[in-house]
Design a protein around this ligand. Sequence first.
Ligand SMILES: Cc1cc2nc3c(=O)[nH]c(=O)nc-3n(C[C@H](O)[C@H](O)[C@H](O)COP(=O)(O)O)c2cc1C
Length: 225
Amino acid sequence: MSTCTDLGTSEVAQHSVIDPAILYFGTPVALLATVDEAGHPNLAPNSSIWWLGQTAVVGIAARSQTARNLLAVRECVINLPSVMEVDAVDRLALTTGRTSVSERKSRAGYRHVHDKFAAAGLSAAAADRVAPPRVAECPVNLEGRVRTLHPLRGAADPTAADLLAVELDIVRVHIHEHLRLAGHENRIDPDRWRPLMMSFQRYFGLGTEAHPSLLSTIDEDWYRG
Ligand SMILES: Cc1cc2nc3c(=O)[nH]c(=O)nc-3n(C[C@H](O)[C@H](O)[C@H](O)COP(=O)(O)O)c2cc1C
């Protein structure tokens, strides 16, 4: 029988019941670029994100500047940093584009930053199909349009919610050329793509490949429908 831990024995580990304050078990870090109604850009780290088909879903605190911008302008660029861009990501931690920082966030050390690109030392590049800018240094830029803002935890509508799940249609994908799988027009080489991961508020890279993948015997084009 196999185990899910590093026990080094054939014993199965026993579970304990705990009550963790956060459930951040490890997801990729994204930098969400949005604009307000006046066109001012904002950039915020986010790691509550997943994809299904050409849809991305982002989990976001409704009082953030990013959520406000998404409610108002409904467009976004999901910029995916690699482990190489971790310094820039960390420079944006504990910052907000909101001019008034809530008492709760202020207590945690958050401060207002007007120009997030400058604060991070990152460069803005024009997107093709949406108003918010791309981050030139991030190897992957996903241009997205908001399809729906889902209020979480039973709120009546997105403006009354504390947390939102933002459903985005991805309408354009940009990659740094070195990520392209050799010989393929539209594929990414997972040996070259080194996403930055966040686990329980700390940054990690991916380890080495764990096991041959049965799923990967499916040709990627099958997923087009
Ligand atoms: C690595 C990292 C991951 C984060 N993930 C999320 C997240 O998934 N959802 C969220 O609402 N905030 C997340 N945050 C916190 C936001 O970045 C923070 O609330 C920020 O103030 C939002 O900026 P804004 O108000 O300018 O939009 C994360 C922060 C860091 C550094």
